[in-house]
Design a protein around this ligand. Sequence first.
Ligand code: C5P
Length: 217
Amino acid sequence: MPFVIAVDGPAASGKGTLAQGLARLYGLPHLDSGLLYRAVGVAVETSGGDLGDAAAAEAAARALGPADLADPRLRTREAGEAASRVAVYPAVRAALKAFQHAFAAQEPGAVIDGRDIGTVICPNAAAKLFVTARPEVRAERRWKQLVGQGETVSRAEVLDDIRIRDERDSGRAASPLKAADDAVLLDTSEMTIDEAADAARRIIEAARVRQGFTPKG
Ligand code: C5P
């Protein structure tokens, strides 16, 4: 059975960085599932469509190809907002499911980060992490990242974005953001990146030993 690590959590919690680090450590491929939703949102906007139009979003999700995930526009603030708007549609989520399932089925395993990986996409994942941090801490991290990318935005605007996104992602009916019952919670508010990576590694190691997975090399 593939060794699957599910890393979920709210926007800018650090889950992507932790997932990447775990993937490197164990020699596993990594999927940032947020990119799929971002690509759908950007595709709808680029074609002049309306993010409130569920059918347009579903069509964009069905037409998505691997090349769409490399677009640098997916990392923008606007793409994050568009993603969370199209992510509420069950038909969009259903259209993106097969890709995520295929990714998770690879041998010897995979690391996937998102909002519903441990609850809906891979409920049988060998290891589940739920990464959180206080909204103010997440806003500060995301603000630095956006300014580093050349965006002009204030800390207060980023904190607002984060609060709106938290509410939308946790409150939606389809696959809301929530920790799986068997996920281990990791609050990185008071941790440096290295401390969080260390804590994540310790948590996942226990699951790795349980499943008997041995990384190559
Ligand atoms: O993780 P990231 O911030 O890139 O995700 C963008 C948006 O995509 C989230 O706010 C959420 O609405 C949506 N998403 C989701 N399920 C996932 C990953 C992302 O609904 N597995």
